[in-house]
Design a protein around this ligand. Structure first.
Ligand SMILES: *Cc1c(COP(=O)(O)O)cnc(C)c1O
Length: 412
């Protein structure tokens, strides 16, 4: 039996990748070779022969396929489907928020439905397939939790060894799921960039391949599928605004790239959503750089927030995030932990959608943007809930009942 019963994965194929390109200088790099950052220390972007994609993939052919991530294979880098381990990367639903979003036209892209419970699965399923294809046998990664879990799951399945480093105060469930899925996981008394420094030292000694955010080229390609999917789900239109909880910014950069590729295919027009990069007030380097009008962000000192996934003091793709936000006419916005908690509570209690804190941050930012008149009630806005709310601490539910005693039914 084929290891991949999904019809989107049954045929072996070539790709339309032409080369890789430095996101800062435009310098070209060969495809089919193992790459980290470019020579100037910036992310590499994958480029495709989009004219050939257009000739080979009519839009109707795409829409006839099952809706999962692999329907986009012509716009993805994997050459041999045998390199792919799939855990079922479904198209995630757009869930309308009614009561908690001030009556606006708000859709939540609920990424918590993906394997390992977060959208890190999109990036890692792609990056792991490429690592396999290019002969990598051992990978190390710094993580705030969800990326490490997705890495461990896909690598265990395909037979690549993984070593994962996370800040000591990473949510306990994340640390345990990483270990449970087969990685060697280490808690480090520092932040994610301190963990990244350890990964970098080991990589320089040739001990493993460095899978830090944007330090290998293929996670962006996986995350790009969020933008492709969104366009297809909305009938080849894009929303007026997208609110994205921004740590390393992979998803925001990836979606911006996706929209460009879709326009070059002639599948969407030039209109773009305003991109809102959402950060926590306790760790907002991109917001500060946005407000200061500069192209690069300084490291944020003393980073703290309950939204662990966006507690990233320094992002190697800072200029790409800022560029997309500015070109789109959007903004970078910071919200407090109190606003995040209130948003998570409201969406859960009033709309029945349990979001992760980072997802709550996008709702908090949306409310703020509405309050400031940046978006209006009729603007169609998409918020990203990047992980299932079930992974995060919840308030206690303290009531219990003695079945043998008297029961006051009026109190129940
Ligand atoms: C990783 C993560 C983010 C940030 O995603 P980036 O694309 O790296 O900015 C946001 N929320 C959650 C839950 C995450 O795990």
């Amino acid at each position: 039996m084929s290891p991949n019963p999904n019809p989107n994965l049954v045929t072996d194929r070539a790709t339309f990748v032409t080369h890789l390109e430095c996101s800062m200088t435009g310098e070209r790099y060969e495809a089919d070779q193992l790459h980290g950052l470019s020579r100037v220390g910036r992310p590499l972007l994958v480029r495709y022969d989009l004219d050939a994609v257009r000739a080979n993939l009519p839009r109707g052919m795409l829409t006839a396929r099952p809706t999962d991530l692999w329907r986009w294979r012509e716009l993805l880098p994997v050459r041999h489907t045998a390199s792919i381990v799939s855990l079922g990367e479904i198209e995630t639903p757009l869930v309308p928020l009614e009561k908690s979003a001030l009556g606006g036209d708000v859709l939540v892209k609920d990424e918590g439905r993906l394997p390992t419970g977060s959208f890190k699965a999109r990036g890692l399923v792609m990056a792991v397939a490429m690592a396999k294809e290019l002969g990598v046998t051992r990978i190390a990664m710094p993580t705030n939790g969800n990326a490490g879990a997705a890495l461990a799951a896909y690598c265990s399945r395909i037979g690549i060894e993984t070593i994962v480093f996370c800040p000591a105060d990473t949510p306990e469930i994340n640390v345990r799921e990483i270990a449970m899925q087969g990685a060697r996981v280490w808690r480090v008394n520092g932040l994610i960039d301190d963990c990244g420094a350890i990964v970098g030292r080991g990589a320089a000694e040739g001990r493993w391949f460095d899978f830090s955010t944007l330090k290998e080229p293929y996670r962006i390609e996986g995350k790009k599928t969020m933008g492709l999917e969104l366009a297809a789900q909305l009938g080849w239109t894009l929303p007026d605004a997208i609110f994205y909880p921004t740590g390393g910014g992979t998803g925001l950069i990836g979606m911006w790239k996706a929209f460009d590729e879709l326009e070059k295919l002639g599948w969407i027009g030039p209109k773009r959503p305003q991109m809102y990069a959402v950060q926590a007030a306790g760790c907002a380097p991109i917001v500060k750089a946005f407000e200061d009008g500069v192209e690069h962000a300084e490291r944020w000192e003393g980073a703290h927030t309950i939204a662990a996934g966006i507690r990233v003091p320094r992002a190697v793709g800072d200029f790409l995030i800022l560029r997309a936000v500015r070109e789109s006419g959007g903004r970078a916005l910071a919200v407090t932990d109190e606003e995040i908690e209130a948003a998570v509570h409201d969406a859960s209690v009033r709309d029945g959608l349990l979001m992760c804190p980072e997802g709550g941050a996008t709702l908090a930012a949306y409310r703020r943007a509405r309050g400031q008149g940046l978006v209006s009630e009729s603007d169609r806005c998409v918020l990203f809930n990047c992980a299932t709310g079930l992974k995060y601490p919840m308030p206690p539910a303290p009531h219990s009942l003695d079945k043998d005693g008297p029961i006051d039914f009026d109190l129940l």
